[in-house]
Design a protein around this ligand. Structure first.
Ligand code: GLU
Length: 303
């Protein structure tokens, strides 16, 4: 049976404040919330406002209100990435001192022209390593890249199963920071997860493809490797990812149980006949714990 392990669970929800939550982001939030509650773990909230140009003023407050009104209460104080810029710089400097970061002068067009087509399942062309040994005289740095070590990254995703990616080959040396100062999501998410003590990352399947990159960074930085569970993405009627960019409708909070049940059914469960929001979460947590036993079948092979 469960022992002290449950108190060691720490999950998080990490929305980008580029608009209110919609049905798609609720699915990811619900899965991470349930996984944490099913393990009597902590559930943290992190506002991922690192991509400043995409931040919509006030969206963080709206997201927090949406979560609260659906009964999804986070533990401790939320963090905002914009408050952590000195920390990101510190980790970046440590990588630079180790010679693991280099400046790259390539434009998008140059990378496009020099690179192989994207690996299957990926949408970006791998970086061909043009600036690995220095940039041509007279050119200036546009981005700072990580020297990605050779080798295949393998891990067991609790939803999607075994995953393998040759990051050096399929992605290449990826960007940590742009010369204009913008930090890359891949870099800061790894620092935040480590600093917050996150043991379990539960999020949408659009980020499954980022996980190997994050593991490369975690390994280089001697950070723990969180377990992952990537839930399927909710699509609109055109087969597009529901997203703020596609102007997905905000959550219907006038009928919270209906809204919760829709996300819940999307996760593959039968609708719950709940009398109120607290009852919904009690029932859903019990069902989730049954389906994702711990350690259980979906964990087999996972160390
Ligand atoms: N901020 C990302 C998003 O809203 C999620 C990042 C993550 O969960 O790692 O899609």
């Amino acid at each position: 049976m469960h022992t002290h392990a449950s108190s060691l669970y720490c999950g998080r929800f990490a929305p980008s404040p580029s608009g209110p939550l919609h049905d798609g982001s609720l699915v990811a939030a619900m899965a991470s919330y349930l996984d944490a509650r099913a393990r009597q773990g902590r559930w943290l909230l992190r506002i991922e406002d690192i991509d400043a140009p995409r931040v919509v003023a006030g969206a963080d407050q709206v997201i927090m209100q949406q979560l609260q009104s659906l009964g999804m209460h986070w533990d401790g104080e939320p963090i905002w990435q914009q408050q952590r810029l000195p920390r990101y710089q510190e980790v970046f400097d440590s990588l630079r001192q180790r010679g693991l970061v280099y400046g790259c002068a390539c434009t998008r067009q140059e990378i496009q022209a020099a690179s192989r087509p994207p690996a299957p399942g990926s949408h970006e062309r791998p970086y061909p390593g043009t600036c690995r040994h220095g940039i041509a005289p007279g050119r200036s740095v546009r981005a700072w890249r990580l020297r990605v070590p050779q080798g295949v990254e393998s891990f067991m995703d609790r939803w999607a199963g075994p995953q393998h990616q040759d990051v050096a080959h399929d992605v290449g040396d990826f960007t940590l920071k742009r010369a204009d100062g913008l930090w890359a999501y891949q870099f800061v998410v790894v620092i935040d997860d480590a600093d917050q003590g996150v043991t379990d990352v539960v999020r949408g399947a659009d980020l499954l493809d980022s996980t190997a990159r994050q593991r490369v960074l975690q390994t280089i930085l001697s950070f723990p490797l969180p377990r992952t569970l990537h839930v399927p993405l909710a699509l609109d009627e055109h087969g597009q990812k529901l997203s703020k960019q596609n102007h997905a409708a905000a959550l219907d909070l006038s009928r919270p149980l209906h809204t919760l049940n829709r996300a819940w059914m999307f996760l593959g469960f039968a609708a719950l006949d709940a009398s109120n929001i607290a009852d919904f979460w009690t029932q859903a947590t019990a069902r989730w714990a049954q389906r994702f036993r711990w350690p259980g079948t979906e964990q087999s092979g996972f160390k």
